[in-house]
Every structure is written in C-alpha cells, then in structure tokens.
Design a protein around this ligand. Structure first.
Ligand SMILES: NC(=O)C1=CN([C@@H]2O[C@H](COP(=O)(O)OP(=O)(O)OC[C@H]3O[C@@H](n4cnc5c(N)ncnc54)[C@H](OP(=O)(O)O)[C@@H]3O)[C@@H](O)[C@H]2O)C=CC1
Ligand SMILES: O=C1O[C@H](COP(=O)(O)O)[C@@H](O)[C@H](O)[C@H]1O
Length: 467
C-alpha cells in the first residue's frame, strides 16, 4: 500500500458530473476512502464540474452529504474539504465555463508539475463533446481521462466515439472504467485459477457444464430514470459488466499478470465471443416502470435481461455462459458460478445437477464459495449438498478496497491492467449487434419476482442458482 502511494505524483482530479448519481454513490466516497487510508499523494485538489453555478461551499456540502449517505463516515472531513473546489457553468468547445481558471488556480496549490486526471462521470451521449472540449481548452495534453461505461451505445456509435477520443488523446491516456473488474472477488477469478493447480486443471469445458454470471438487483431506477430510460439493462449491465466478467473467466493464461499481458488476455478472448442469438435472450420490464417520473409512458426499455453467451475457444466450446441481471427483482446478488459436470463414471446415480459448484460473490468485500455433494451424516445413505465459504476479508492482512477506490488508485498510478481496450470493445458491439438491431419483445414481470418466466428455461438443467 505504501509503495503504491509513494508513486503517485501531485494530482488535480477533475470530476465531470460531480453532482450526479455515480459521483455521490461511488466516486466521491471512494476518493474519500483513498484519502483516509493515506493512499492519495501529499498534494491533491479535487475539482467538481457541472452546468450550474455552484459555489465551492455548496459543493462541499453536497460532498459531505454523499459521504454521510454512501460512505464510511466523515472523520477526516476538514482535511478533505479544504482541497475541494467547484468549477461551474458547464464545459463545451465554445464555452469552457470556469474550469480552466479553477485548474490554473489549483496549480498554485499543488505545483505546475501536477498530473491532471479527468473523470467523466456523465451520460455516455456526452463523452464525445467533453473530449473535444478538453482538446479545445488545452486540458488534454499529458492528462489521463477516465470514461465511465458504456463506452459507446452501438457498433457505429462506438467507432465514432473511439475516433473522436483518439483525435484528442493517445490510447495510453485513456482509462475506460468497468468497476466490476475492480471488485476484489473479480480479481480473484484469475488469481485463484493461476495460483492453484487444482483449480487451473478443471477450468475448461471438460469439467465445467455451465457458467452463471448472475446480478439480480432489488434496486429501482427512480433516482436516474432519465439516464436509465435511454440505456436499459442490456447496455447498462449486460454488454458492459457481465461481458467483462465473462472475459475474466474465459481468458487464456496471460504471459504475466502485468498490465499489458492481462489486458491482452481479456481483450483477446472477447474476440471469441459469438454474436448473441436473439432466440437465446429474454428481455423484461417490471410492472410500474412506465409510471416512474422521467420514464416515457410508452417506454419499451428493458429493465431485465437474461442471455446465453457462447465462447468459441477450444477451452470453452459447448459451455453456455448464462448471464442475467435486472432491476426490482426479488433478491440482490452478484454471483459468478462454475457448475461442474457430474463424474462421468460415477457409481452414484441421481446426482444433483448443481452438486459441485465453485462460486464467487462479487458483492461487498467478496467471497469464494464451494458447494459439494456429500453423504448426509446419519444412518442412511442419503446425499446432500454442503457449502464452504471463504470471505475475502478473513484472509490474513486483508485490507479490501472498494472497486472505485482500487480503480481510481490505478489511474493515479498509471496502471491500466483493469481497464478495457478498444479492440475488445469493438468486438463487444459486434456480439451485441443482433440484439440491439432486432431485440425480442420485452416481457412484463412483477416487481419482487425473478423476471419473466421464460428466463428460467435458459438455465436448464440446473436452473438459476440464485433464486
Ligand atoms: N449511477 C450508477 O450507479 C452508475 C453509473 N455509471 C455510469 O456513470 C455515468 C453517469 O451516470 P449517473 O451519475 O448515474 O448519471 P446522472 O444522470 O446522474 O448524470 C450525471 C451528471 O451529468 C450531468 N449531465 C446530465 N446530462 C447531461 C448532458 N446532457 N450534458 C451535460 N451534462 C449532463 C448532470 O450534472 P449537471 O446537471 O450538474 O451538469 C448530472 O448530474 C454513466 O455513464 C453511467 O453509465 C456506472 C456505474 C454505476
Ligand atoms: O454500473 C452499474 O452498476 C450498478 C451495480 O453495481 P454495484 O457494484 O454498485 O452494486 C448498477 O446498479 C447500475 O445500474 C449500473 O449502472
């Protein structure tokens, strides 16, 4: 931890969309966590940006509120607050608002050699214009720029955005964030496998019958209806987070765990994702969604998606990757499960289909779980499924970081291993194209259920493990 901090140079961190939902839930509390844990450089300034003429003090109040609601407290508030500024009045090519002056002013505090990091926590439709504005106002040179997901909304839009970004920035300045890659348990997907021969040996189609990447949410979209109604579950979660997690599982062993090799292994396997077959996708919308303020009365936006993804590599041919996510469902979970085949020559009959499962809980600090078929202790010979759990927090010396803290720290340190690359993303949009161009009808589901019934059939024979 100390080594990481020492390598970080003085930083001016510009947060676009600073009063938005993501900023208050994730970015600001995570930045504060880095401050509290002494992982930020000695000299830093955080500048919030937005279209309103908000004062520094008003923004500080907003930040404090965000920490109280979504963070772990405000013990070190004074030393945090004094480094916070706000640059209002928007930021466009024609009019940069207050930002250039506020950045110049910040340099007086942190030094002319401070690195500039721009975090674009804005709706994806604005990424191109903000990038152009960074170029137009001399705020791009030498800077690192973090883009939220989704990076693009279709094959064509991705190509245009990628071109526009590379007209202003070198690829090495670009950090496309997918916070699921920053989760402690996600990082353990490759570490567990490459560090343990026992696991590595069974990480293939010969042993794995199906993979489930299941992220049902009880959460609704009331606070971000306008954003959500232009996005939907496919773009918000499926082709972003769930695809990236699928790539983490499916990747071939990288030459090393260094940034370039790890990124390369993840992006290469995405190239083997087969374009989605719409007959293997179920879309849903919860009853009552259209009544939410900010949602169109006739909206057909998907709040639920379940899909079968095929990875055409020798390792995974024939193994379905079952992906599911949705809002206002009956349970919240973030579970990745490798369901193992039954022993081919077992003398035991009637073994359960989900009798051997290695699973990863991506939520919170993360956990690794194993389910195994065992003899139920007792006088009879009955079989049962038992569970072992390893909460990652219980590992000696564990100091888990939230995904956003981990990834922001990586940006400050210039480590791009957990960020996505344009070659993989270009293929993501090709895989998604059949679904985006010709989506199946959205089916209604009741809030508190687990989505449309049709989604259940996709996961046969064992069904969805989270229920
Ligand atoms: N919210 C979440 O849980 C997560 C969100 N994300 C991603 O983060 C990004 C931001 O999401 P979120 O914070 O939810 O979105 P919001 O709808 O809350 O928008 C963020 C801010 O962007 C500004 N904004 C909105 N529309 C425009 C526009 N047309 N032009 C310029 N500025 C605009 C607003 O600030 P102002 O009015 O002050 O200018 C707003 O507060 C998205 O790309 C999303 O996919 C990723 C992971 C989780
Ligand atoms: O990116 C997003 O992720 C969250 C779920 O992630 P979590 O780690 O915050 O639980 C999801 O609710 C949101 O819709 C999506 O934009």
């Amino acid at each position: 931890m100390m080594d990481r901090m020492a390598s970080v140079q003085p930083t001016i961190f510009v947060l676009f969309g600073a009063t938005g939902d993501l900023a208050k839930r994730m970015v600001l509390p995570s930045f504060y966590q880095l401050h509290v844990e002494g992982l930020l450089p000695e000299k830093w300034v955080l500048i919030g940006n937005g279209r309103h003429d908000t004062s520094d003090d008003e923004f500080r109040d907003h930040v404090r509120g965000a920490l109280e609601e979504f963070g772990s407290g405000t013990e070190d508030w004074d030393s945090f607050a004094e480094r916070i500024r706000f640059a209002g009045k928007g930021f466009t090519v024609d009019d940069p608002g207050a930002l250039p002056d506020v950045v110049d002013d910040a340099r007086k505090d942190v030094g002319d050699d401070a690195q500039l990091v721009h975090y674009i926590a804005l709706p994806p439709s604005t990424f191109e214009d903000y990038t152009k504005a960074l170029g137009a106002h001399d705020l791009a040179e030498g800077a690192r720029v973090v883009y939220e997901k989704p990076f693009g909304t279709s094959e064509k839009n991705f190509e245009e955005l990628d071109k526009a970004v590379h007209e202003v920035l070198d690829e090495k300045q670009v950090y496309r964030i997918d916070h699921f890659l920053g989760k402690e348990a996600t990082q353990n997907l490759h570490v567990l496998r490459f560090a343990n021969g026992m696991v590595d040996g069974i990480w293939n189609a010969e042993h794995v019958a199906q993979v489930q990447i299941d992220v049902p949410e009880t959460l609704d979209i009331d606070d971000r209806a306008e954003f959500y109604d232009h996005t939907g579950a496919v773009l918000d979660m499926l082709v972003t987070h769930l695809f990236q997690v699928a790539a983490e599982i499916a990747m071939e062993p990288p030459a090393s765990l260094k940034a370039d090799d790890l990124q390369s292994a993840r992006e290469t396997v995405i190239g083997s994702f087969r374009p989605l077959d719409v007959s293997e996708v179920v879309l849903g919308q919860y009853d009552g969604y259209r009544d939410v303020d900010g949602v169109a009365d006739d909206s057909t936006v998907d709040t639920f998606v379940a899909a079968k993804l095929w990875v055409d590599t020798e390792r995974w041919r024939g193994v379905p990757f079952l992906l599911r996510t949705g809002k206002k469902l009956g349970v919240s979970a973030q579970r990745v499960s490798l369901v193992f085949r039954k022993p081919p020559k077992s003398p035991l009959t009637e073994l359960p289909d989900d009798g051997t499962v290695l699973s990863f809980d991506l939520s919170g600090n993360g956990a690794i779980d194993v389910a195994m078929t065992v003899k139920e202790p007792g006088p009879d010979f009955d079989l049962s499924v038992g569970h072992l759990s390893l909460p990652l927090k219980s590992v000696p010396d564990a100091e888990p970081l939230s995904p956003y803290s981990r990834l922001i720290l990586d940006v400050l340190n210039g480590d791009r291993s957990l960020f996505t690359r344009p070659d993989g993303l270009a293929h993501v949009w090709k895989v998604a194209a059949p679904l985006l161009n010709d989506p199946p009808q959205v089916q209604a589901y009741a809030p508190g259920s687990m989505g449309p019934d049709a989604a259940g059939d996709l996961a046969s024979p064992c069904g969805w493990l989270v229920s």
